[in-house]
Design a protein around this ligand. Structure first.
Ligand code: C2E
Ligand code: MG
Ligand code: MG
Ligand code: MG
Length: 284
């Protein structure tokens, strides 16, 4: 029997193992068409300054609006896209779509975090591809944050270093996503040009009872002139603890789940008018 499971702002149906494997195999063959059929969507999750007082930016998160299976989360298809060699195309599509949509907001452009698969960093052309999308859409380079994972940094390749340098020189920022979950090496943190550490949500979840790990990460980051974003913030107690420990920015369901562009527009109106936020996220 399929059982409903709530993940963020979508409900997915978790079929039995075998059914699920069959479903994923089917998805793999359809993934190539998803882009052309306009089935992909970008959702935006706000990132706020410590204390939760001001919006700093958003993270763009891909979803697949499947005609039969409904809204499919990235965990169910990003790996398939990597295996099929489609992930770079998807990531660049997300960047272009997000830049285009966010330019339609009034006021100064928001910070924009976009997730980039490690696969990009095997391609010297990556920098030019990103640059072109900024040029085409007019999105300011200094507002773009490329989110990469620790795994990538372990490859220790000349190309990774050279691309990271190009992004710095181009005025963009680089964030290490899910920090603390991979095989971190302190050496790469010192050697590679990066700006932001995003602390994995498992540490935000435990910060009230055990603040030591977050404290150490924040100290390390600030020593290296990096800023800190705490991911997965779900309670006010976490906001207090993370703020007291010096986290610069916060992101999580407490402020908002990832939102469609129209939902983001109304969230911004509510947020900027100073009305209190709903404590359960936008769909709560
Ligand atoms: P991520 O980059 O670490 O993104 C944050 C994930 O945590 C999102 O899941 C978000 O919905 C979820 N999240 C945010 N706040 C909370 C919270 O308070 N509690 C909990 N439990 N979860 C929270 P999502 O959207 O399902 O994305 C999962 C992962 O898929 C992302 O993790 C990222 O690694 C990957 N991904 C998403 N979009 C893209 C994309 O466009 N390209 C690539 N290459 N990967 C993507
Ligand atoms: Mg991310
Ligand atoms: Mg993350
Ligand atoms: Mg994560």
């Amino acid at each position: 029997r399929a059982k409903a499971q709530r993940r963020g702002n979508y409900v997915i149906f978790e079929p039995a193992m075998r059914e699920r494997q069959v479903l994923l195999l089917g998805l793999q063959s359809e993934l190539g068409q998803a882009l052309r059929r306009s089935e992909l969507r970008v959702h935006y999750q706000p990132v706020v300054t410590k204390g939760g007082l001001r919006i700093s930016g958003v993270e763009a998160l891909i979803r697949w609006q499947h005609p039969v299976h409904g809204l499919i989360p990235p965990a169910d298809f990003i790996v398939l896209a990597e295996e099929r060699g489609l992930v770079c195309e998807l990531d660049l599509w997300v960047l272009r779509e997000a830049c285009t949509e966010l330019m339609r907001l009034s006021g100064p452009p928001l910070g924009l975090g976009v997730n980039f698969s490690a696969r990009h960093f095997e391609q010297p052309i990556m920098y030019e591809q990103v640059r072109k999308i900024l040029d085409d859409t007019g999105y300011p380079a200094h507002k773009l944050i490329l989110e990469i994972t620790e795994r990538l940094l372990l490859t220790n390749s000349v190309l990774v270093l050279s691309l990271l340098k190009q992004f710095q020189e181009g005025g963009m920022q680089v964030a290490i996503d899910d920090f603390g979950t991979g095989y971190s090496s302190l050496r790469y943190l010192q050697q590679l040009p990066m700006n932001i550490i995003k602390i994995d949500r498992s540490f935000s979840a435990g910060v009230v009872e055990k603040p030591e790990v977050v404290r150490s990460i924040v100290e390390l980051a600030h020593t290296l002139n990096m800023t800190v974003v705490a991911e997965g913030v779900e309670t006010f107690a976490q906001v207090q603890a993370l703020t007291a420990l010096g986290c610069d920015y916060l992101q999580g369901f407490l402020f908002s789940t990832p939102l469609s562009f129209p939902e983001l527009q109304s969230w911004l109106e509510t947020f900027q008018s100073g009305r209190p936020l709903r404590g359960e996220g936008s769909d709560g």
